[in-house]
Design a protein around this ligand. Structure first.
Ligand code: FAD
Ligand code: SF4
Length: 410
């Protein structure tokens, strides 16, 4: 069978060691192996376990023998790989790369391709479904205090039928309703992930996940959806080469997958209603509502540094200027955030990196998402998702890469 865009399949690796170590059949890792061994890419940008299960380390792999270290899903891996791609890998200008990516990694990468910061022809996006990531330290505390288990002995954490299930190396399994954990503030997913409305990375070249895998191969294979011509070409090659074994997905499995996703999207919409309650989403309205919280900003610039979409080499917020800001060189809190908003409001993809690093615990990600939601409603522009077909709300980029501001009111 020859796969084409929108086709779906069940798949697992033909390499037993990778199949064993991989999360659901080791297909992502095996595709990466094929791409490296056939010199289709020069390197793989993936994530591997560092100190423990709660420590996700971004890594660049150039020898296919090392790939096995990156197999498996790290649910406390909260990083956004787009930042690493732009900051340390020159936007894939110097090497061809395959990248394992969650939906938010893929969104940030797509947005940066549009902004000429990443070279699309030099990357292959191998997407993984994501129901949400969990903050490492809070998760360790939750496992100790709520699950009464030893975090060092946990080998697997996954959401099964609405329960967050922890499994230890002694085979002990404990599940608690994720809704309960999150509502009671006992743990669960990061707050931005609860709002996220892209669970299957259809904006990548391939999207892989366990949702919809049923029957004998449940837990041993992944569901794969082909999202682009590039993805179809690669998947056909790995199957033809015998690296990956594929089979037709069951009709029931496809239905289950879409049912799960729809349930998760409804939950995200509910969360958004809660998060955006009491605001129109207009920038000034948001600044007013969060005035007190924003006043706690210590201008550490952490949010700017962590943001995958804040990429200007010369930032207008640097301490040397601007001179019109009262109170010395560092911009006052509203100016700092207003300036970032003007630059970023149409680009924010709700990855949560800003809230992650903020020492003042300002809900920066929620504030940004509130404004971005308004942009989505007003311009129908979904950053990182519908690139190309809809113009950027505030600016367009010409082929040369230079920025031209267009007056949208005309
Ligand atoms: P493997 O061959 O094991 O490869 C996994 C790849 O994912 C590796 O390249 C690894 O580097 C990369 N990876 C691991 N952790 C991260 C991370 N934090 N960020 C970016 N890349 C990472 N599938 C579902 O159907 N439902 C879900 O709710 C779901 N949630 C997920 C949440 C997270 C945080 C992740 C990373 C994956 C999730 N998946 C989910 C996808 C699923 O766990 C498998 O990754 C997928 O089925 C492919 O399996 P595999 O055996 O082929 O992958
Ligand atoms: Fe201000 Fe927090 Fe951003 Fe630091 S990370 S600049 S304290 S909002």
């Amino acid at each position: 069978m020859s796969f084409k865009v929108n086709d779906m399949a069940y798949a697992y690796s033909a390499n037993n060691a990778i199949k064993e170590k991989g999360e659901y059949g080791g297909v992502v890792t095996t595709i990466m192996k094929y791409l490296l061994e056939e010199s289709i890419v020069d390197g793989v940008l993936a994530v591997e376990e560092g100190w423990d299960l709660y420590d996700a380390v971004p890594t660049i792999i150039t020898d296919s023998k090392d790939l096995i270290k990156s197999a498996g899903s790290l649910h406390c891996g909260t990083l956004n790989l787009a930042k690493i791609l732009v900051k340390y890998l020159n936007g894939a200008r110097d090497m061809k790369l395959a990248i394992s990516c969650k939906p938010c990694d893929a969104m940030a990468i797509r947005e940066l391709i549009r902004k000429r910061k990443i070279i699309e022809d030099n990357i292959i996006l191998i997407g993984v479904n994501c129901g949400g990531t969990m903050p490492p330290i809070d998760t360790i505390k939750m496992i100790k205090n709520v699950y009464k288990m030893d975090p060092n002995r946990i080998v697997k954490e996954e959401i099964v039928k609405g329960n967050l299930v922890m499994t230890s190396d002694e085979g002990i399994e404990k599940g608690i309703k994720i809704d309960y954990l999150e509502e009671e503030n006992l743990g669960g997913r990061r707050e931005n992930c609860r709002r996220c409305n892209l669970k299957i990375p259809l904006n990548a070249d391939l999207a892989l996940g366990n949702w919809g895998v049923i029957g004998d191969i449940k837990g041993k294979a992944t569901f794969i959806e082909i999202c682009s011509k590039k993805g179809a070409d690669i998947f056909n090659k790995v199957v033809d080469a015998g690296f990956v074994i594929s089979q037709e997905p069951s009709k029931k499995g496809i239905e289950i997958r879409s049912k799960i996703v729809n349930t998760m999207l409804k939950q995200s919409s509910k969360q958004k209603e809660k998060d955006f309650k009491g605001t129109t989403g207009d920038i000034l309205d948001v600044l007013k509502i969060y005035k007190e919280e924003l006043s706690k900003c210590m201008k550490c610039y952490g949010c700017r540094e962590a943001c995958p979409l804040c990429y200007c080499e010369d930032c207008c917020l640097e301490t040397e200027g601007p001179e019109w800001v009262p109170g010395g060189y560092t911009p006052a809190a509203p100016f700092f955030h207003l300036t970032r908003m003007v630059h970023m409001a149409d680009a924010c993809i709700n990855c949560g990196q800003c809230s992650e690093v903020c020492p003042s615990e300002i809900p920066v990600s929620k504030i940004w998402a509130t404004v971005n939601e308004k942009i989505r409603e007003t311009f129908q522009y979904y950053s990182g998702i519908n690139n190309g077909d809809i113009p950027l709300p505030f600016s367009e980029y010409e082929d040369s890469g230079s920025r031209t501001i267009k007056d949208k009111s005309k």
